[in-house]
Design a protein around this ligand. Structure first.
Ligand code: ASP
Length: 336
């Protein structure tokens, strides 16, 4: 009698065990990427004739930022912490057009934009027109976690910052000689409205990071000084959720390039939807936006999907970029 009960129970237990093992294998197929990180430091017409010493500075800067994220993710830290800290590191590096090295506006000042998004909850925080916040990405995180809203602009964004403990600086802190010379070279009447204005090489920047953590959560963050010579109050793609920054359960994306083009094609969200609705790979989805929606020379993207696949593609001559994952695969590149 007893053995009659034990047999079906044993079969049921074995079936559950088998199902759970199979389920795990499907969610984490073959190559077992547990965590992954990709970042960019801007896309555009980056001259390959750049002096070797400067090239080395860029490679070092990208590598340092990767290391910041690697330490967090390797230790089981969250994708959100990783993207915030990586972007902070790039904001503090004057080589990149974000934070310290931000470009000049038409008025000779600096107005900064940033956004962060948690793919597991779709929570997001964004800011535009910041003038005194040293690390905009960290304020974006506070907006995401402590405010009922997602997006603050200009004086309201500064007012929000007043209510937090984020580090403040004079606007002149963002001044760097390189960006100043770039600004002086631009013709005021062009006002950064034409792609040729920045494709000539004087304008590239923006930093961003995307990550998958060991718990399977995805996150994206982007930060920028915008475009050289931008007009009063101009908002770029970076803080527009779904344009320059987006993360959900499938994928995390950060964009760089001509903001107006990225915005009118709602580029990051289009990549995510293309993947989800067409069941396509991340590589195909980004390729679709770069070739079928955007024009050559417009933009670049870094992205990671829930399986840890990384894609870093652009239709510009170059993009400062790098990636690393738990398999020990590391890439740092500027051109193709
Ligand atoms: N996308 C940025 C903006 O338009 C600029 C850049 O990525 O270089 O504000």
């Amino acid at each position: 009698m007893k053995s009659n009960i034990y047999l079906p129970v044993t079969i049921i237990l074995l079936t559950f065990l088998l199902m759970s093992v199979c389920g795990k294998t499907q969610n984490n197929p073959g190559n077992q990427t547990v965590w992954a990180l990709a970042l960019h430091g801007g896309a555009g017409t980056i001259s390959p004739d750049m002096p070797d010493s400067l090239k080395q500075q860029y490679y070092d800067g990208l590598q340092q930022a990767l290391r910041v994220g690697e330490i967090i993710l390797k230790d089981g830290g969250s994708a959100l912490d990783a993207v915030e800290m990586v972007v902070r590191n790039l904001e503090d590096n004057p080589l990149f057009n974000a934070g310290r090295g931000s470009v000049f506006t038409i008025d000779g000042k600096h107005e900064l934009d940033a956004a962060i998004m948690d793919g597991s909850t779709l929570a997001a925080g964004a800011l535009t027109g910041l003038t005194t916040v040293k690390n905009p990405v960290s304020l974006a995180r506070i907006v995401m976690e402590e405010s009922p809203h997602i997006f603050f602009s200009g004086p309201g964004a500064e007012e929000f910052a007043n209510q937090t403990g984020v580090e403040r600086v004079e606007n002149s802190y963002f001044h760097t000689e390189t960006r100043y010379r770039q600004w002086q070279r631009t013709r005021p009447d062009e006002a950064s409205l034409l792609p040729d204005g920045w494709l000539e090489g004087d304008k590239y920047g923006t930093v961003g990071a995307v990550a998958l953590d060991v718990d399977g959560n995805l996150a994206a963050a982007t930060s920028t000084g915008g475009m050289t010579n931008k007009q009063f109050g101009r908002v770029g793609d970076v803080p527009i959720i779904g344009s320059g920054t987006f993360a959900n359960h499938f994928v995390a994306i950060s964009a760089t390039g001509w903001g107006e083009q990225i915005m009118r094609n709602v580029s990051a969200n289009t990549i995510a939807n293309y993947m989800e609705f067409r069941n396509s790979s991340l590589e195909e989805a980004i390729n679709f936006v770069l070739t079928q929606r955007l024009n050559p020379g417009d933009a670049g993207f870094v992205a990671v999907d829930r399986d840890g696949n990384i894609s870093m593609q652009m239709n510009t001559l170059g993009m400062y970029r790098g990636s690393i994952n738990s398999l020990g695969e590391q890439v740092v590149r500027i051109w193709e």
